[in-house]
Design a protein around this ligand. Structure first.
Ligand code: NAD
Length: 489
């Protein structure tokens, strides 16, 4: 279908070589049509072991970790070659991830490619050494220096919802910091990762083994990567449930573990806000990419006295956003990634009904779509914050409207969640807004529609939304060790 994908399917990249999978191939499906797009190499456990060995050798036996100028050059080459193949990459992203076209000019494709520049700049400009000066200890004067070094071999495990964003937001900083990487992408979006392989092997100077890409239909290869003692660090994005299992598996070798997990973020609308505008905006964001974004504000907390007005405004927005073909320029809500994911969303809609919720808009499959894993943008009212759909991550285009009784109650409800990923606050009075900002326990927060997403902005969660930060200097430093060197003064 595409200049980047060979007829026999995409290969693995292991030790600088493009190779077939030991377990054959597996199909990648277009979620908008349910058709087989094509095939990807299905790695075996032996392939994963070979990839880890290659990354280990590249870290231990090449100058990669000690040559920031080479790292910056390679990252810029990768950025440039991805830029040269932008339209092929765009077509794959829409067809494989079901990503709406409009998002590919931002975080679904062009944003993360451009952000490789930020990683390359960090490799060049980061302060690798800090002089701590001289101190006396028991009569010995010592001069101390702090040096930051790469952690070593990094296993990167990623989900399907924003494949390039998450793959590149791990590869860029991990490589810039001097690590070598084994990337294991989600089985639902193998091509988005695998097409990097030939471009890296044929158009960049990355030494063999510095980047390895292992596509597989088997989640077990992720667990294998986490358990292998030759891997020094795991960077994982995915569900909280899998994150827990990653943490348990990593404990056997006490690996550094960086986790970006799920969310159930709240949009807090104060009574001095333009309530209809805030509700409409929040509803729009929940429909984007069929709600398959971890940081979306899927709980809309509104003043009790304005509940009906907020429902009306949110419903009006969602009614105008029909789920449709992601390749069309105007589409906001594309398909869900898979039959399994649609079944999961439908189960939550059933639970909402069983618990007494009212479906104000949507609630099912769109009548005009015979094929594809589509769900209508859906608004649920009549439930409180303890309802299942208010507590659990749905990962579909579903918004729940919940009444609050004032600012403190809104903060309490926002925090009454196992998650703490993101959120928003809408209001006029700066003091009241600041009180909410200080009270909400989340890693990112938008005030009156401010956008926090950028290469220099650390992203991640409190509580069960994760451990650590991705992007920004804080994200880069996740991939660094700290060495203290003392010499007699
Ligand atoms: P998932 O947890 O099912 O899978 C994520 C990755 O983990 C896949 O590559 C999978 O193969 C691998 N995996 C599965 N079991 C494993 C195991 N036992 N050990 C190691 N690896 C294993 O998640 P998903 O369904 O692909 O993605 C959706 C989830 O990702 C949502 O919960 C969403 O909130 C979360 N997410 C979080 C962020 C964030 O930054 N916080 C961003 C995007 C998605």
């Amino acid at each position: 279908m595409n200049g980047l994908v060979p007829a026999e399917g995409t290969p693995l990249l292991i030790g600088g070589k493009l190779i077939p999978g030991g377990s054959g191939v597996f199909a990648t499906i277009n979620p908008a049509t349910e058709e087989v797009l094509g095939y990807a190499a299905d790695a075996s456990a032996a392939d994963m072991a070979a990839a880890i060995a290659a990354a280990r050798t590249a870290f231990d036996e090449t100058e990669w970790s000690r040559d920031p100028a080479l790292r910056a050059r390679c990252l810029r080459q990768l950025r440039d070659v991805l830029g040269e193949h932008l339209e092929d990459l765009r077509a794959i992203t829409i067809a494989e991830a079901g990503a709406p076209l409009m998002l590919t000019s931002g975080p679904q494709l062009e944003g993360p490619i451009a952000d490789l520049s930020y990683a390359a700049d960090l490799a060049e400009n980061y302060t690798w050494e800090t002089d701590l000066g001289t101190r006396d200890l028991m009569g010995v004067a010592s001069h101390r220096v702090i040096r930051r070094e790469a952690v070593g071999v990094v296993g990167a495990i990623t989900p399907w919802n924003f494949p390039h964003q998450i793959n590149l937001a791990k590869l860029g900083p991990a490589l810039a910091a001097g690590n070598t990487v084994v990337l294991k992408p989600a089985p639902d979006t193998p091509w988005c990762a695998a097409v990097l392989g030939p471009l890296i092997a044929e158009h960049t100077d990355f030494p063999a083994g510095v980047i390895n890409i292992v596509t597989s239909s088997d989640h077990g290869l992720g667990a294998q990567l986490v358990q292998d003692p030759r891997v020094d660090m795991i960077t994982f994005t995915g569900s909280t449930r899998t994150g827990r299992s990653v943490l348990v598996d990593a404990s056997a070798t006490l690996k550094r573990t960086f986790l970006e997990l799920g969310g159930k973020s709240a949009a807090i609308v104060l009574d001095d806000a333009d309530i209809a505008a805030a509700a409409a905006y929040t509803a729009f964001t929940v429909a984007v990419h069929a709600g398959q974004g971890c940081a979306l504000t899927t709980r809309l907390l509104v003043p009790r006295e304005s509940y009906d007005a907020a429902v009306t405004a949110a419903a009006g927005t969602l009614r105008g956003l029909a789920a449709g073909d992601p390749a069309q320029a105007g589409t906001v809500c594309g398909p869900l990634i898979s039959e399994r994911q649609r079944a999961r969303v439908e189960r939550y809609l059933e639970i909402a009904r069983d618990e007494g919720g009212r479906i104000e808009v949507g609630g099912g499959r769109p009548a005009d779509r015979e094929r594809g894993f589509f769900i209508e943008p859906t608004l649920i009212s009549g439930l409180d914050n303890t309802a299942t759909v208010a507590q659990e991550e749905i990962f579909g285009p579903v918004l729940v409207v919940i009444a609050h009784d004032g600012d403190d109650d809104a903060i309490r409800l926002a925090n009454a969640s196992p998650y703490g990923l993101s959120g928003s606050v809408w209001g006029t009075d700066p003091d009241r807004i600041e009180r909410v900002v200080a009270g909400v326990r989340t890693g990112t927060l938008s005030v009156n529609g401010g956008l926090w997403y950028h290469a220099d902005a650390p992203f991640g969660g409190y509580k069960q939304s994760g451990i650590g930060r991705e992007m920004g200097v804080a994200g880069f430093e996740e991939y660094l060790e700290t060495k203290l060197i003392a010499t007699p003064a």
